[in-house]
Ligand binder design. Structure first.
Ligand code: CP3
Length: 344
């Protein structure tokens, strides 16, 4: 019998669109509030304390790997650490959502942000990656990540979570030069940060453009796509790249133009149909409806099977949710999904 491939190799094969024994699986926001062991650890610490302490961040990263045996571990951190590194701190609110310590309003606010020394502030994430690597060896892949410049800019301008990004989207029209300066600074900081994660051992990096779909269709490339392309270009094939741009279905050509190896697809469209429209050397990741994590394990397993069947014969497929794990997800449903993929 030939040796079974490692989870890490399975994951990398999928990123490179090579033939595989089965699709690899991980879940966005897999290390979070749904796990009792995370909630227990968090009784003693604030969210930012967990993120900023490499030992604790490594422990939270490993929790879902131990429990579910996912092929890849996504490093426990947050997209907002890049704002912190430039001089705008954040906190998590007890009632949900995040708050930045000020809103970006003016040229002076943007001038204050410093993109040139980010690793003096957020070296804790690469440090956590090194600890996770020590624990996992080369058995599992490690995913590093950052927010897209636009997604992060929207949090920074709004001063926290926002439903419609009304202020940040208005600023794109009223202060285009200022917005460009901000996006440039975030891009520079993000390149430095992702390169540090790669140097520390990240096998793959993902850019989260969760707010990409809030933009008017004609603005997507200028405000979001082109900056993600700059980041992908700077990584220059050192490791595979994943872009998850949510709700951008009218702009696939532009999302492809970022040059990412893998496209994350949200759950609102058919994965196979979308995959068949993309170039065959672009891998896809997705796209189970996260609501199934609050449904019965039987329903979750059945939909997982349906998705796996629909993707049969498409190489370059990473099984994931169509967005993040909901905070109140049912562990039994997560288990049913993981086992269904792992026995495929
Ligand atoms: O996937 C993982 O397990 C890795 C860690 C990760 C977190 N955030 C940890 C986290 C990742 C990849 C993120 C990305 C992130 N953070 C995004 C993009 C992806 C997405 O889901 O759209 C965004 C927009 C953020 C910003 C952010 N962080 C928000 C809006 C919130 C609050 C959410 C809420 O419901 O209150 C966070 C907090 C956060 N980041 C949690 C986790 C595990 C919740 C922590 C807790 O309550 O203890």
């Amino acid at each position: 019998m030939s040796n079974p491939i490692t989870c890490r190799e399975r994951f990398l094969r999928a990123c490179r669109c090579e033939p595989n024994d089965r699709p690899p699986i991980w879940m966005m926001r897999q290390a979070g509030r749904s796990l009792p062991e995370y909630r227990k650890l968090k009784e003693g610490y604030r969210f930012t304390e967990l993120v900023q302490n490499p030992e604790l961040a490594a422990e939270v990263t490993l929790q879902p790997i131990r429990r579910f045996g996912y092929d890849a571990a996504v490093i426990f951190s947050d997209i907002l650490v890049v704002a912190e590194a430039m001089g705008q701190n954040y906190e998590l609110l007890d009632q949900g959502g995040v708050r930045m310590d000020f809103e970006l309003n003016s040229q002076a606010d943007v001038d204050k942000l410093d993109a040139s020394n980010v690793m003096d502030h957020i070296a804790y994430t690469p440090e956590a990656i090194k600890l996770v690597r020590k624990e996992l060896g080369t058995e599992h892949a490690i995913i590093g990540f950052a927010g897209s410049p636009w997604t992060l800019a929207s949090f920074m301008i709004e001063g926290g979570s926002s439903r419609e990004n009304t202020r940040s989207r208005a600023m794109l029209y009223s202060e285009p030069a200022l917005c460009r300066q901000l996006l440039e600074k975030i891009t520079e900081a993000t390149i430095t940060y992702l390169k540090a994660q790669i140097a520390a051992g990240a096998d793959v990096v993902q850019i989260f453009d969760s707010q990409g779909g809030t933009l008017a269709s004609g603005l997507f490339w200028e405000v979001s796509g082109q900056w993600m392309k700059q980041i992908v270009d700077a990584i220059n094939g050192e490791v595979p790249t994943i872009v998850f741009a949510r709700n951008v279905h009218h702009n696939w050509d532009k999302v492809i133009k970022t040059g990412a190896n893998v496209q994350g697809i949200d759950w609102s469209i058919d994965l196979r149909e979308t995959a068949d429209r993309l170039p065959s050397n672009v891998a896809v990741q997705g796209n189970l409806d996260p609501a199934l994590l609050n449904a019965s394990p039987e329903a979750a397993a059945a939909e997982t099977r349906r998705l796996l069947d629909s993707m049969r014969g498409r190489s370059g497929f990473i099984f994931n949710l169509g967005h993040g794990v909901p905070p109140d997800a049912d562990i039994a449903a997560i288990e049913a999904i993981a086992q269904t993929v792992q026995s495929a």
